[in-house]
Design a binder for this molecule. Structure first.
Ligand SMILES: CC(=O)SCCNC(=O)CCNC(=O)[C@H](O)C(C)(C)COP(=O)(O)OP(=O)(O)OC[C@H]1O[C@@H](n2cnc3c(N)ncnc32)[C@H](O)[C@@H]1OP(=O)(O)O
Ligand SMILES: CC(C)C(=O)C(=O)O
Length: 512
């Protein structure tokens, strides 16, 4: 393969990303994100729009003063006031300060928004770049809404701003309208028709309105673009921008067919995504590529089996490559025995074949009733289903009525020393009625010392776990039970404790 071309990663999380509704950040928050972007080793951080507010000016200035490695860019309209204010903030970055000025070039934007004829837009663009040049040679110029701009005019503007001193020319798909082969042709057209194009880096800035921002950015590279503008988690105006993690990981993962590299330290991607979500309060959808909670999670049994045999069966990149510890095999109703046994082993259970089968059947029943099975659920299944003592008492069936009107009544059917018994008992509440019924059926004299109930996992579909502590003749035992129905879990815990007590008493009798 021919030598790889290094692509400049221009991160605009703190400027275009911040334009996402609800994503505004204060100075300290912007600085925190900027430090993380520096760790990620992006080439350029667009820190804000200094004329927008005093706060944004201060944020850009602080970032320019503090961040040492990446270049720091600030956006400004194509007028002297904006440019002067931007440089006032950016000069603190010295040679790393980049003035990024722009004006719209599409007919609709020129006529309806700016209300300027094309010649005036061209002149304004050139004058802006010339003015910026008084401060720095590091000037980026953007033709806003380039994708909907007439190509000859786009080429004319690009050529003029390069002559005026722009060192980067940005071709934004401002409204996310392009499709990849079309965007490729636009960049190619500029390469073929702009006389001085080799004197500037071509940048692309794609929005995601049609979900094509990453695809369009990659297509542009093929046509000769040298810089990609992107944001963490793909945040930005409307449907957002090209996502940094997606485009960078696409380049890394498919380096076999794309001859480009970036300097991004991809192992910091996950932490960057988490930090941004925390700072903005905008969480990432679970199925989001690269950084979503499910991006490295497998639930289906066939996939889990494959991944256990060889991760590459279903993983095209490693979780470690984005800074995650490991992938996740989520246990749910689609999981199979391989993943279940692997999790049992991870949790330290060494069960024989029959016990595994029993636990697996119970696991599937539970998985049908709730969305995800957590480690605590498995502990409870094993405790309840496998780790047993001799059972004098067995719960066969039970039914409880309670509420704000009916007197709480428990009807319980049990096997006691091989005999089936049934009783209905009133109580102060459903648990009290249940425990009374069990006491009557077993004739137990043990004193209830403690009763605790808790949801093993979150959500109303969680499995409930109950603990019961009983005391009799100076002996104390603890019983546990788990079930989706908390009253049934309570009954199981009580009966479990009674069986333990019976075992303890029996052993005592034998040893006497
Ligand atoms: C595609 C993009 O993402 S571009 C960046 C968009 N980001 C932002 O707009 C966020 C920051 N913006 C702001 O804080 C404000 O809009 C400001 C401070 C820039 C301007 O505020 P205001 O002066 O109140 O103007 P307002 O936003 O209402 O209108 C924009 C004005 O800028 C003009 N304008 C728009 N783009 C440009 C440009 N690139 N160059 C020169 N003038 C422009 C418009 O014609 C309009 O001019 P007018 O006031 O003479 O009618
Ligand atoms: C100012 C430019 C770069 C922009 O944000 C856009 O066109 O979307």
């Amino acid at each position: 393969m021919s030598e790889k071309r290094r692509i400049i990663i221009f991160d605009t999380t703190l400027r275009d990303g911040e334009q996402s509704p609800g994503a505004s950040m204060n100075i300290d928050e912007k600085l925190r994100v900027a430090h993380q972007l520096e760790k990620l080793n992006v080439d350029v951080i667009e820190a804000g729009f200094p004329i927008a507010s005093d706060g944004d000016f201060e944020a850009v200035k602080k970032i320019a003063q503090t961040i040492k490695k990446p270049q720091i860019a600030g956006l400004c309209r194509a007028n002297f006031k904006d440019i002067d204010r931007a440089w006032e903030a950016l000069e603190h970055a010295g040679e790393r300060g980049r003035i990024h000025t722009f004006i719209a070039t599409s007919d609709i934007h020129m006529e309806r928004k700016l209300q300027m004829p094309p010649e005036k837009v061209l002149e304004t663009a050139v004058r802006a770049v010339e003015h910026a040049k008084k401060y720095t040679d590091n000037i980026e110029f953007s033709c806003e809404d380039a994708v909907r701009t007439r190509l000859p005019f786009l080429a004319q503007v690009v050529e003029a701003v390069i002559d005026a001193g722009a060192t980067t020319v940005n071709i934004p798909d401002t409204v996310g309208y392009a499709i990849p082969h079309e965007f490729y042709e636009i960049i190619k057209y500029l390469r073929d028709n702009v006389r001085n194009i080799d004197r500037a880096i071509i940048s692309v800035h794609c929005h995601n309105d049609l979900g094509l921002a990453v695809a369009n950015s990659l297509a542009a590279l093929r046509a000769g673009a040298g810089q990609i503008e992107c944001t963490i988690n793909g945040i930005g105006e409307r449907a957002g921008n090209c996502s940094l993690e997606e485009v960078v990981m696409a380049l890394r993962t498919r380096h076999d067919i794309m001859p480009y590299t970036t300097d991004v330290v991809t192992e910091h991607i996950y932490a960057s995504s988490r930090l941004l979500s925390t700072v903005t309060g905008i969480s990432v959808q679970p199925n989001k590529a690269i950084v979503g909670a499910n991006a490295f999670a497998h639930e289906a049994g066939i996939h889990q089996h494959g991944v256990l045999m060889d991760k590459e069966t279903y993983e095209i990149m490693t979780p470690e490559s984005i800074g995650l510890n490991k992938n996740k095999l989520v246990l749910g109703k689609h999981s199979g025995r391989h993943a279940f046994v692997a999790r049992l082993k991870e949790l330290g259970y060494d069960l024989d074949k029959d016990d595994i089968e029993r636990a697996f059947v119970r696991f599937k029943t539970l998985a049908d009733a709730k969305k995800e099975i957590f480690d605590e659920d498995i502990d409870a299944i094993v405790a309840d289903e496998i780790i047993r003592i001799d059972e004098r008492y067995k719960l066969l069936q039970m039914n409880v009525t309670s509420g704000s009107f009916a007197a709480p009544t428990a009807t319980v059917q049990m096997e006691v020393d091989g005999q089936i018994r049934k009783i209905a008992v009133l109580g102060a509440g459903p648990v009290d009625a249940t425990f009374k019924a069990i006491r009557e059926l077993t004739g137990s004299q043990a004193k209830l010392e403690q009763y605790a109930v808790g949801a093993i996992t979150g959500g109303t579909d969680a499995q409930g776990e109950c603990t019961v502590r009983l005391r009799e003749d100076g002996r104390e035992v603890i019983g546990q039970g788990a079930d989706e129905d908390i009253i049934v879990a309570s009954a199981k815990a009580y009966i479990n404790a009674l069986n333990k007590m019976a075992s303890v008493m029996e052993r005592r009798r034998v040893s006497i």
